[in-house]
Design a protein around this ligand. Structure first.
Ligand SMILES: [Zn+2]
Length: 103
């Protein structure tokens, strides 16, 4: 049985990570949607963060005002078919600044 529900403020990312759940993140303004592993978000954002808090700003709207999070407990049929956003390679960006000669 698929269990997808809205969350309380007391359910933390570390608990969701232990539960092995997928977080379905949807912007209710532009309807962009992505699935994340709770384990990935707990590692990147910290385990003491409530699951219900939007993990990111919406890339379409530029804010998290309408971003909602739901929990999904994966079923056997989800493995191999459900699309998940996972951390990719970390990119380093060289920035430039103007300084005085000799600095
Ligand atoms: Zn949006």
């Amino acid at each position: 049985m698929t269990v997808t529900r809205f969350l309380s403020q007391h359910y933390l990312l570390r608990e969701a990570a232990k539960d092995g759940v997928v977080l379905q993140v949807t912007c209710q303004c532009c309807w962009k949607r992505a699935n994340y592993l709770a384990t990935d978000l707990a590692r990147l954002l910290g385990g003491d963060r409530p699951v219900v808090w939007p993990p990111f700003d919406c890339s379409g709207c530029g804010n998290d005002r309408y971003v909602k999070v739901k929990v999904h407990h994966p079923e056997p049929g989800d493995y191999g078919s459900m699309r998940i956003r996972r951390p990719g390679p970390v990119k380093m960006i060289q920035t430039w600044q103007v300084v005085s000669l000799g600095d």
